[in-house]
Design a protein around this ligand. Structure first.
Ligand code: URA
Length: 245
């Protein structure tokens, strides 16, 4: 691939824009300024810089964000911040999308990508990737509620029943459970269906990927191992060995 095409693929704007950057001497490859737009590149582990900022070539991007409260998962957020404000323009220009959505007041693990196939596969209604949530509840969690959540509850305007797995009471007002679908406000509606109320909600895990070290508001590129684990999860309903992120 040549330099101008590579820059365009990485979110540096139109072909013309990229040509201009190169001609302005803004682009360095392995520490050397390159001013020839058609300069041929080896993309393998390619590192480059634009106006002194370093980048690594990535065919597609796969990102994990520990979403803070008060951020919406939409590009045109109306009443809150948008999670996309947490990323720079170069990433946004690549067409970064959220893999599923979290409510504005939900915190925790959110995946983002510009890989359309990955996005579709992970969010397809028939792919039941388990997602683990922790929540604080308004009322004490009782045994009957735990049982009902495991057996499955009906949700208004949704067909079928919605059951949680690995339902665990962590404290009087704290609950952890895994869900296997992703309908609108699912966890909050499931808790309402058993007569309780979610006061705060946090997504801890998606498939094998478990939030551990990433601080709230921070994001990271998934490693090859983590990307493979997320892709494998698409074909499995059971989360394999946990991978901390
Ligand atoms: N279920 C909800 O109710 N809200 C979320 O943000 C995610 C799952």
């Amino acid at each position: 691939m040549n330099l101008e095409k590579m820059l365009q693929s990485q979110g540096f704007g139109s072909r013309k824009n990229c040509q201009q950057l190169i001609k302005n001497g803004a682009v360095q490859i392995q520490g050397e300024v390159v001013t020839e737009p058609k300069f041929k590149l080896n993309l393998n582990e390619l590192e480059y810089s634009v106006y002194g900022k370093s980048y690594q070539y990535r065919e597609k991007v796969y990102i994990a964000l520990n979403k803070p409260a008060g951020y919406e998962c939409s590009h045109q957020a109306t009443h809150h911040f948008s999670v996309f404000e947490l990323f720079d323009d170069v990433l946004l220009d690549r067409g970064l999308q959220c893999v599923g959505r979290l409510d504005q007041d939900t915190t925790g693990l959110l995946l983002l990508t510009d890989d359309g196939q990955f996005l579709q596969a992970l969010t397809h209604p028939k792919k039941h990737v388990p997602k683990v949530y922790r929540m604080h509840t308004a009322d004490p969690v009782n045994d009957e509620q735990l049982k009902q959540l495991e057996q499955g509850v009906e949700l208004h305007n949704e067909s079928g029943t919605f059951a949680a797995t690995n339902v665990e009471r962590l404290a009087e007002h704290e609950l952890q459970m895994a869900i296997h679908q992703g309908v609108y406000h699912q966890v909050k509606r499931m808790l309402a269906a058993v007569g309780n109320k979610v006061e705060s909600l946090h997504r801890q895990q998606i498939g094998q990927l478990k939030l551990q070290d990433l601080a709230e508001g921070e994001w990271m590129y998934l490693t090859e191992t983590q990307i493979c684990a997320a892709k494998n999860q698409i074909n499995s309903e059971v989360a394999g060995e946990v991978i901390a992120i």
